[in-house]
Design a protein. Sequence first.
Length: 256
Amino acid sequence: MAKWRYLIASMLVVSSTVNAQEASSETSAKKWQHSIEIYAQALNIRGNSTIGRISTDVDVDPAFIMDHIDMGAMLRLEGIYDNQWGYYLDYSYMKLSGKTDSVLDINKNILKGNVDIRQGVLEAKGFKRYQYDIGMIDYMVGIRWWDNDIDTRLYGSNGNVDLRKSLNEDWIDYLVGVRWTKELNKNWTVHTSLDMGLGSDTDFTSSLLTGARYQINSWSDLNVAYKSTWVDYENKGTFEYDTASQGFLIGWAAHF
């Protein structure tokens, strides 16, 4: 009889230990909160760019992008543990192409030209969240990676390629920033974030995002915001890019 008591007691101890571990695991899993957002931005790009010794003004508006875009994607992924430590990933990509039949060479011959432009921008940040009376403040540190590919081709009257020029330029900027979030009521939340930084060939870069979120249901919301990103990149003799990219955006986010 004593042996049975010991056996039953041992089984109860093992069972309670397993249940405690499962409960702890579930509690830990619930501490993580994630969201994924897809968004579209009415992008305007203003500034100037230099490739080699050729400098040109940059003046791109949403109509130009819609007329020449081949592919585009904008995605944000974010997560936070125990409402304290979090990560933030934002990636935007677009591929534009254009054609012209009015390029003159040095002999005044008319050439046809094609250009393909691909640009990807990735932001990766970590942050620490603090609660204040004015709302939540996230102190952020991270990087912004720029990836630019430009491919140009000029064709003669015989259809052969007379000139081809390609540029593959990417760089990393290092950032510090802050984000403020305030819940106005059960449906609306306002937010503003600002970062700034520099890199080995970047004199200055900064980004501003401000807007509001509307809670659609318990697991998704709508984001309406304005975003602007400045960069002054200078790789003398190869590529220089001094622009401001800005515009309103709308996004849909799922929380899990």
